[in-house]
Write a protein that binds this ligand. Structure first.
Ligand code: HEM
Length: 480
């Protein structure tokens, strides 16, 4: 996708309109949540203006967001401007055009809201890199112990009730898994008890409510979720309970933080956010998303995955090792394909640091300093100009082989290309490698245990909702 436009064509104004002040944004919010829905909202504006770079309003709008007007980048070519921190400022844009109250994070602006030019950004991100490195050997065994209990529980639900709510079990499992992997202490075995994931979900909901619909009538949701911030006092008890767990369980990480010049308190709020919002919030969507795609792909893919996984594990002497995971090309491709087709974090924002020229496949656009740039990631990662006629479909082996791997540069789920590396100087997700690793581990656990499975796939406010309806126990290989 080398540039053929810059240098040969004058930049033109970005098409699109914001409509009347306030009323335009309110009307668009209703389109987004109720009349058109998320994908159609963006696709219809691309069609209307014949351009994948277009001016639109984004939710939530009035009264929560000061200014809902953005320049939307809705193709694979223009989108990566959002990764370039020389071109865009990332201060306070994590959730977009509104910022949840800092009282939800102990009064601190945590890492995800910091621009790399703010010194605390590098210190916190370094802390997370050091934490992940120090715990790297704990990930595989902790994942396996937590998720083998998960599937054992699912099997007994299937035996008793004929179905098992995957999301519900996953919430409890993912929360215990990630906390134990990072800090060596299972939250459900502490004072926090089994209620940790529920408390976490409530706290997450308060921050994301402006962007979700629960399927209630709009006259209830509009004033309740999309117009005013819900008061943080509703979850202050939950946050305190979570904080208490972190301040004790994360004591070694907090020692590391002091060595990096952070106070224990600021570090603890940051560790809580990175674990509960970034990691647990991500896994709440990641695992149901992978399971939904693999379920819909059917038994043929299941058999291929099972064969690849069992062969690699057998070759590693029956152990699930990181080296064995690296050999699983199809399994890795399935994880990337799920992340491409339905990226768990769909919105990215950045404010133009200067007057910019932004290139789509077809044109060059002029954007002024200070304007808010916005990317709706599914439009970029399902761009048919890159992924061809099957761009909107799940193709499990899309990233297999040399040709397949070349497409990884267009997988953007981590706020960067899959071929790039997160650093203290950029805003790419520090959990990038961990996420792909646990995605593969999830498939490994599934297909060491089962030859195939069936499920019903629906939707919940955050993503896919999966109910397991049947499993066929493994008949061969290291899983038997
Ligand atoms: C940033 C996605 C898991 C920690 C981000 C961003 C995205 C993302 C899109 C950039 C947001 C923006 O600035 O626009 C995801 C997804 C995950 C996941 C989809 C799981 C499925 C994790 C994990 C960690 C983590 C496991 C644990 C360390 C962070 C942090 C940032 C971040 C701290 C802010 C980075 C910075 O300020 O430079 N993530 N993430 N995330 N993520 Fe992740």
């Amino acid at each position: 996708m080398a540039s053929v436009l810059s240098g040969s064509m004058a930049a033109r104004p970005v098409p699109g309109s914001y409509g009347l002040p306030v009323l335009g944004a309110l009307r668009d919010r209703l389109d987004y949540f109720y009349f058109q829905g998320q994908d159609k909202y963006f696709e219809s504006r691309v069609e209307r203006h014949g351009s994948t770079v277009v001016r639109i309003n984004v939710p939530p709008g009035p009264l929560m967001a000061k200014d809902p007007r953005v320049v939307a980048l809705l193709d694979a070519k223009s989108f990566p401007v959002l990764f370039d921190v020389d071109k865009v400022e990332k201060r306070d844009v994590f959730t977009g055009t509104y910022v949840p109250s800092a009282s939800l994070t102990g009064g601190y602006r945590v890492c995800a809201y910091l621009d790399p030019s703010e010194p605390t950004h590098a210190a916190v991100k370094q802390l997370l890199f050091s934490l992940l490195l120090s715990r790297k050997d704990a990930v595989v065994p902790t994942f396996r112990s937590n998720f083998s209990s998960h599937f054992a529980a699912a099997e007994s639900q299937l035996a008793n009730a004929g179905k098992s709510d995957f999301n519900k079990l996953n919430d409890a499992t993912s929360f215990d898994f990630i906390c134990e992997a990072y800090f060596g202490v299972r939250p459900s075995a502490t004072e926090l008890g089994s209620g940790g994931s529920g408390r976490a979900a409530k706290w997450l909901f308060l921050q994301l409510a402006p962007l979700v619909t629960l399927g209630l009538p709009m006259f209830i949701e509009e004033p309740l979720l999309h117009t005013f911030h819900l008061p943080s006092i509703l979850v202050s008890g939950d946050y305190k309970a979570l904080y208490k767990y972190f301040s004790t369980a994360a004591s070694e990480a907090l020692d590391m933080a002091e060595g990096l010049g952070l106070s224990r308190e600021e570090a603890c709020h940051n560790l809580l956010f990175a674990t509960v919002f970034n990691s647990y919030g991500g896994f709440k969507k990641l695992f149901p998303g992978i399971l939904a795609d693999v379920s819909k792909a059917g038994e043929k893919l299941h058999r291929r995955l099972a064969a690849e996984i069992r062969a690699a594990v057998a070759e590693a002497g029956g152990e699930v090792t990181v080296a064995a995971l690296e050999k699983m090309e199809l399994t890795s491709s399935v994880v990337w394909e799920a992340l491409r087709l339905d990226p768990p974090v769909k919105f990215q924002y950045g404010r133009a640091k200067d007057d910019l020229e932004i290139e789509s496949h077809d044109a060059l656009f002029a954007v002024s300093k200070g304007e808010m740039l916005f990317g709706y990631q599914p439009c970029a990662t399902k761009d048919a100009r890159v992924f061809g006629a099957t761009a909107g479909e799940f193709v499990g082996d899309r990233f297999v082989g040399d040709e397949g791997r070349k497409l990884l540069q267009y997988v953007y789920w981590s706020n960067g290309r899959e071929t790039e590396t997160p650093s203290v100087g950029n805003k790419q997700c520090p959990g990038k490698n961990l996420v792909v690793l646990v995605g593969r581990l999830f498939l490994v656990e599934l297909f060491l245990r089962y030859d195939t499975f069936t499920a019903e796939v629906g939707k919940d406010p955050l993503g896919a909702k999966v109910t397991l309806t049947g499993v066929t126990k493994a008949t061969s290989g290291p899983g038997t």
